[in-house]
Structures are given as C-alpha cells and as structure tokens.
Design a protein around this ligand. Structure first.
Ligand code: SF4
Length: 317
C-alpha cells in the first residue's frame, strides 16, 4: 500500500505494547521528517476508555493500548502507527509474537471503524523476521510505501538503530545506585513492568521496601537461550525470553527472589505458568511469585502481596 505523506504529516504513536521494546520506530519516523504525536502516559481515564471499548477477557495491556489510541484520535493526526509484528528473530531461531499483537491493526480498525476512506488511516508495517530483518523491512517500508529518498532513509535508520541501542542499554542498567539489602528479579512484558500505572508502581514500591530490582533486560540473550536448553519448545519469542530469564535467575545466588509479573487475560501466561511451576518452581529453592494484575486490582492488596513476599524472603535469609 502507498501512503500519501509529506513533512507536515502527523503520525499518532500510541504509548503501549511493543513501543516499550522498539524505541527505534518512533525515532525512525521523526528522522524521516514526520511529526510524531505521542499519547500521554497511561492514566485512569485512558484505562477506563480502553476497558469500555474492548471485550472483558482482553488482556490489560491491549485494553490500555486501545485507550491510548482513543486519546490519539482526539488529536489532529493523519496516520496512526499500528505495526503488525508476526515473528521476531532470536539467536536460536524465529518465533511468533502473541496473537493479540499479530491482530492489533485489525482490532484497532474494527473498534474505531477506521478504513482506507477515514482519517486517520492506519499506518501498518508488517514485520515478519522469518522473511526479513526488522531494519530491512523498515527501510523497504519507507522507500516503497512512504516514498522517501534513499539517503534520507539510510540516515533515519542509522539514527534510529543508535537510539534503540541506547534505549536497550538504559533498560539493562541498575535502577539506581543505592545499596539495597535484597535483590529481586522482576520478569514479564516491558509494557507492564515499565508502565508505572499498569504496574501500580511495582519497581518503586520494591525500592521503598529496600529491594533492588533487576529485570530480564540485564541478561544477555545467549544466557537466556542457554537456560532454555532442555525445555519444552516455546514458539512465542517474548515468552521464551521470560521463561529463559526465570530459569537463569534461579541459578544466580545474588538474586534473592523472582517475581513473574503478568496480567489477567494473557493467553501465553496460561501455558507458561504451568511450565514455570513444573520445570522451575518445583525444582528450585529460590522463591518465585506469580503476580497477576487486572483492572480491579487495588493498590492496598497489591502492596500487601509484595510486602509478604519480601518479608518471607528476608525471614529465610
Ligand atoms: S502476551 Fe499476554 S499481555 Fe501481551 S498482548 Fe499477548 S495476551 Fe496481552
């Protein structure tokens, strides 16, 4: 599909789901000269809107994403960027993302009645790394679909990749330089862990309990894959990262406990949780907690659960 764009074209960019992983997308469009209009951070009103527009059993991150889209639609945008990420590449092979992520452009079109003839139009970039690396696909998309010049695209992709590396470095850094007396690994999807509203401030709250937090983003991919050896084959790429990281952290003595953070309505979690129990939790002495949230999760109960887990680890130490 060809899109009609110029340097004044405004592209709406929802702050949710894979935008927490692929910083390069936003940077790429900026570098190509588009005005990128981002939605605000998740708030109660964004969440309420997302809930009202989706069916009950939709997972919380998708509900939040729909709320962000609704906010963007009240702005004067020409396009709404909704990528379709089918497969991703890891060092061990190619893996699917989750069906809800694969179907995202269709879901957004259906909920908001968007089509070829409406404004904004959906800017859909399909990424299937079995066929083509994400960066190559972005170059092709900008050249063929956005009709941008070769030199502009080359420059935009190199800046975007640089920013992506900086972002990944930032994710892999220690959260601050205090000396904590406990270390807990929080593992889950970045759009839950790093969204302060959806996570009910999980990282902050653990820090307040004198707990250092690390996430799977500090673990090199080859270590995660090594930890997956001997496991049941997982065909979802991001879940592979989660499972491998939990397994990895169980063998790190400096890690005192692990929180697998997830949301109600997450299909892959139903399979993964069973594997974590069978293959890791029952074979390891490391405390592991499944922490699940939904839109009804209250802050008080949430804090009580975290405090109990931390107290239990401290008592065992
Ligand atoms: S992996 Fe789970 S939380 Fe993420 S989009 Fe899919 S169902 Fe939702």
């Amino acid at each position: 599909m060809k899109y009609s764009t110029n340097n004044y074209t405004k592209i709406g960019f929802a702050h949710g789901l894979l935008s927490y992983r692929y910083y390069l997308w936003k940077e790429f469009f900026k570098q190509l000269g588009f005005m990128v209009i981002e939605s605000a951070r998740t708030t109660t009103s964004i969440m309420k809107k997302g809930i009202s527009l989706t069916v009950d059993d939709t997972c919380m991150p998708v509900k939040a994403f729909i709320g962000h889209v609704d906010e963007l639609l009240s702005k004067d945008i020409d396009y709404l960027f909704v990528p379709r990420v089918l497969t991703i590449r890891r060092i061990s092979g190619y893996y699917y993302t989750c069906p809800k992520i694969i179907a995202l452009p269709d879901v957004v079109r259906a909920i908001f009645n968007l089509s070829e003839n409406t404004t904004p139009k959906i800017l859909e970039m399909e990424i299937d790394e079995r066929k083509e690396r994400m960066e190559s696909r972005m170059i092709y998309f900008a050249r063929k679909d956005l009709r941008k010049g070769k030199r502009d695209v080359k420059n935009a992709i190199s800046v975007a990749i640089k920013k992506q590396r900086e972002y990944e470095k930032m994710l892999s850094m220690k959260d601050d330089h205090r000396n904590y007396n406990l270390k807990i690994a929080v593992v889950g999807h970045p759009y839950l862990i790093f969204d302060d509203y959806l996570s009910i401030g999980l990282i902050r709250k653990l820090n307040e309990l004198d707990v250092e937090v690390i996430t799977q983003f500090i673990v090199p991919e080859k270590e995660i894959e090594k930890s997956m050896e001997g496991f049941f084959e997982i065909s979802w790429g991001y879940e592979r990262e989660i499972l491998g990281s939990i397994s990895y952290f169980t063998n790190i003595p400096a890690v005192d406990g692990i929180i697998y953070f997830t949301s109600f309505g997450c299909g892959p979690f139903a399979v993964l949780s069973e594997l974590v129990i069978r293959e890791i939790k029952n074979k390891s002495s490391k405390p592991i907690m499944f922490l699940m949230i939904d839109e009804l999760t209250g802050e008080t109960g949430f804090i009580t659960r975290i405090e109990s887990f931390v107290d239990m680890i401290r008592a065992q130490k």
